[in-house]
Structure formats: structure tokens, C-alpha cells
Write a protein that binds this ligand. Structure first.
Ligand SMILES: NC(=O)c1ccc[n+]([C@@H]2O[C@H](COP(=O)([O-])OP(=O)(O)OC[C@H]3O[C@@H](n4cnc5c(N)ncnc54)[C@H](OP(=O)(O)O)[C@@H]3O)[C@@H](O)[C@H]2O)c1
Length: 250
């Protein structure tokens, strides 16, 4: 029986295990999905050698960057983003494997935001947060032809801080993506510190957070007439893209 799994730490509420286990049951796929909660990324070797039926791994926090030196190949997209969340395991011979890393967060984000973008009004985007997920978002936005800027709590080169955001900036940057964990359950009364009063029906607010389904960030956007979307579909689409990679011939 083929095996698939997730590496990360901690893995208390894993979306992937539930998603793939349900998919296997619904589609009568004879496979198993396992959580590998490891406190050091070097255990990846042991996992692969002791599970010869393993065909693919999803990678989550805190290993999306740290896993890269353990791989034989990395897709151009994942290399540019600087993070791997999907590993296809090709068995060459007994105890010999070729590990190929990819990033499907950007595929999930791209396919989820593309249908709601209106090119005539959505030309520039603000990305709130500068962590791992924000890099996949930035890569996608460039790919989609949008100009973008990071918004951080820290002044960096060529970004905005939250306190610098003005009416003028928000009238130009009509797409705002929350790529920070702010507002995630149980902290549902928190939201990124942007001046919500300047939002209009020309704005699109996208939250990578999906729990709760409507964060305070999205609620405030909706109140001001903005189009809103949470990260649930992105999560599902990145998982399906990973499944396609696990089962690809290459
Ligand atoms: N829907 C999906 O498929 C999907 C995929 C990936 C990630 N996500 C979600 O996206 C979010 C970001 O993921 P990540 O891995 O990039 O997380 P992360 O590294 O923990 O945080 C991202 C950035 O958010 C900012 N931030 C963190 N805590 C903050 C706070 N208290 N106040 C204001 N800003 C804060 C920081 O940027 P600055 O220091 O520059 O302010 C940080 O670098 C998470 O909630 C994650 O669950 C969703």
C-alpha cells in the first residue's frame, strides 16, 4: 500500500491528514496518510528509509526552508520562493531515493485569487507579514502581473510599516492580503492594524487564515464594501496540487 505523509512540528491539528484520509476513503484509493511529528529535520532520512512505500511528503512549519538541503532537486518556483511544501519521493533502488521538492502554496493561492481579481482595478497589492507564506504570495502576484509591497511591523528596505499606511496608499493598493497569523482562532478579536476606514468597494481583501472562516480583517473589509476571501480554498488547492505532483510520472 502506498504511503504519504506530513512532516512538521508540532502537528496537533493537521489539515492534510484529514483531507487525504477522507480523499482516499471517498475515491477508494488504497493508501495511507501519516503524520511525522519530528523535532529535528534530519529525521527525514530515517522516515524515508524506514517507510519504503512512502511516495510523497507534505512539509509544514517549521521545516519549509530547512528541508531544502536534504533534497536532490528543487523546482525553479520553490527555489525562487525559498520554501518547499511538497516532496515527491522517487525510489531508484533499495535504499536509494531521489527527492524532488516543490511549492504548491503558490499554486493554491494563484488558483484561488485569480477568479476574483479584476485587472482594471486590482493592479497593486499589499502583503501583510513577511514570513514563509508571504514569499509564495509575492511570487504569485509577480506572476499575475501585480505590483506589490510588504507591510511589516519592522521597517525594512522598500516596505511599508503599518503606521505608514495612508488613504493615498490604500487608494493605489486595492488588493490586501493577510499573510500573518493575526486573527487566527482563538485570537478572533484581533486584526492587522491597517486603516480600515479607507477601504472601498474597489478593494479585495484576502486572508490566508481560514479559522475562523470570517476573520475580523475580512469582516471589517466586508463592512466597507470590499470583496473578501479566506484561505480555505487555497489550502485545498495546494493539497490537490501536491497530490498531482506525488502521482506525476517525472
Ligand atoms: N491558506 C493556506 O493554504 C495557508 C498556507 C500557508 C500559510 N497559511 C497561513 O498564513 C499565515 C502566515 O503563515 P507563515 O507561515 O508565513 O507564518 P509566520 O511565519 O508565523 O508569520 C508570518 C508573518 O506575520 C507577521 N506576524 C507574525 N505575528 C504577528 C503579530 N502578532 N502581529 C503582526 N504581524 C505578525 C510577521 O511579519 P512581520 O514581522 O514582518 O510583521 C511574520 O513574519 C498563518 O496563519 C498560516 O496558517 C495559510
Amino acid at each position: 500500500m502506498n504511503k504519504y505523509g506530513l512532516i512538521g512540528f508540532p502537528l496537533t491539528h493537521s489539515f492534510s491528514a484529514k483531507f487525504f484520509t477522507e480523499k482516499f476513503a471517498k475515491e477508494h484509493i488504497n493508501a495511507e496518510y501519516l503524520n511525522f511529528e519530528i523535532d529535528d529535520i534530519s529525521y527525514i532520512r530515517e522516515i524515508i528509509y524506514t517507510n519504503p512505500q512512502l511516495k510523497g511528503l507534505n512539509v509544514t512549519i517549521p521545516y519549509k526552508e530547512k528541508v531544502m538541503p536534504f533534497l536532490d532537486e528543487i523546482s525553479a518556483e520553490a527555489r525562487e520562493i525559498g520554501a518547499v511544501n511538497t516532496i515527491k519521493i522517487n525510489r531508484i533502488a533499495d535504499n536509494e531515493y531521489n527527492l524532488v521538492g516543490d511549492n504548491t502554496d503558490y499554486i493554491g493561492f494563484k488558483n484561488s485569487i485569480s477568479p476574483i481579481l479584476r485587472p482594471e482595478i486590482h493592479k497593486r497589492a499589499l502583503i501583510l507579514g513577511t514570513g514563509g507564506a508571504s514569499k509564495a504570495v509575492a511570487y504569485t502576484l509577480t506572476d499575475l502581473g501585480l505590483e506589490w509591497k510588504y507591510v511589516s511591523r519592522t521597517k525594512l528596505k522598500n516596505n511599508f510599516t503599518y503606521t505608514e499606511l495612508t488613504s493615498d496608499i490604500l487608494s493605489k493598493y486595492t488588493v490586501i492580503i493577510n499573510a500573518s497569523p493575526v486573527g487566527t482562532f482563538p485570537n478572533v478579536d484581533e486584526c492587522p492594524s491597517i486603516p480600515y476606514e479607507f477601504l472601498t468597494s474597489n478593494h479585495l481583501l484576502y486572508d490566508l487564515v481560514y479559522n475562523p472562516a470570517e476573520t475580523l480583517f475580512l469582516k471589517k473589509g466586508k463592512t466597507n464594501g470590499a470583496i473578501i476571501k479566506n484561505g480555505k480554498e487555497m489550502l485545498e488547492l495546494q493539497a490537490l496540487a501536491a497530490w498531482d505532483i506525488f502521482n506525476s510520472k517525472i
